[in-house]
Design a protein. Structure first.
Length: 210
């Protein structure tokens, strides 16, 4: 069957599906050539065909039930920042390298650029905006402030969310544990020394309040 698209002017170069499985027949200047198909065929799908139509996604963020209308490809980080205007969750890489986008999903630290918003439907999400109690900083936030655990502050929300998760899992971790656990959170200002001190102090304070 000649189903093809004209690639070149003047009907001189046509391709069409046909011939043996895995091959493509090309008619070029009156000659039929049989060539292997590329290993991966490029198929263009509409968002609807790909199951990526707009959806209403119900989330619980910082204790509030919210709805986001987004397509199926929307990352949690974009839903938080662009749809809910919770811009304290930063995007440093979008490829799971830096940890600037760390939030808590059902109590566990998650890099929100690695998760689709639809995957978080029905989950309890905590962002840096939800950590303080009113005007009172969370003990980990206060420790970062007191120990100057930041320079430009870009990595800080992700560091703090990760630090709280570390303390939730380890109690009062030693310095080596904090360093190992913070491996996935990068500080471009390289202020790690004070960040580690802040996390250890924050862990002490969280322990005292428990
Ligand atoms: S923005 Fe998510 S890990 Fe860097
Ligand atoms: S304080 Fe600047 S990136 Fe960490």
């Amino acid at each position: 069957m000649r189903s093809a698209a004209t690639i070149d002017a003047g009907d001189a170069f046509l391709w069409h599906a046909g011939g043996r499985r895995g091959n493509i027949q090309i008619t070029w200047l009156g000659q039929v050539l049989c060539l292997p198909l590329p290993r991966r065929q490029c198929r263009i799908q509409t968002p609807k065909q790909a199951g990526m139509g707009m959806s209403r996604i119900e989330l619980r963020v910082n204790g509030r039930d919210v709805e986001v209308e987004a397509d199926g490809r929307t990352l949690l980080t974009h839903a938080l920042r662009d749809h809910l205007r919770l811009t304290g969750t930063h995007i440093g890489c979008d490829t799971s390298q830096c940890g600037a986008c760390t939030v808590h999903v059902d109590g566990k630290a998650v890099k929100s650029c690695t998760m689709l918003a639809v995957q978080a439907a029905g989950c309890d999400i905590l962002t840096i905006e939800g950590l303080a109690s009113g005007r009172e900083l969370h003990p980990m936030q206060a420790a970062f402030n007191d120990f100057h655990g930041l320079q430009c502050g870009f990595c800080t929300p992700g560091m703090i969310m990760m630090a709280v998760d570390i303390v939730n899992r380890h109690g009062r971790p030693d310095e080596a544990t904090v360093r190992a656990e913070l491996e996935g959170n990068l500080c471009r200002c390289t202020g790690y020394h004070n960040i580690i001190k802040a996390v250890c102090a924050g862990a002490e304070r969280m322990g005292e309040m428990a």
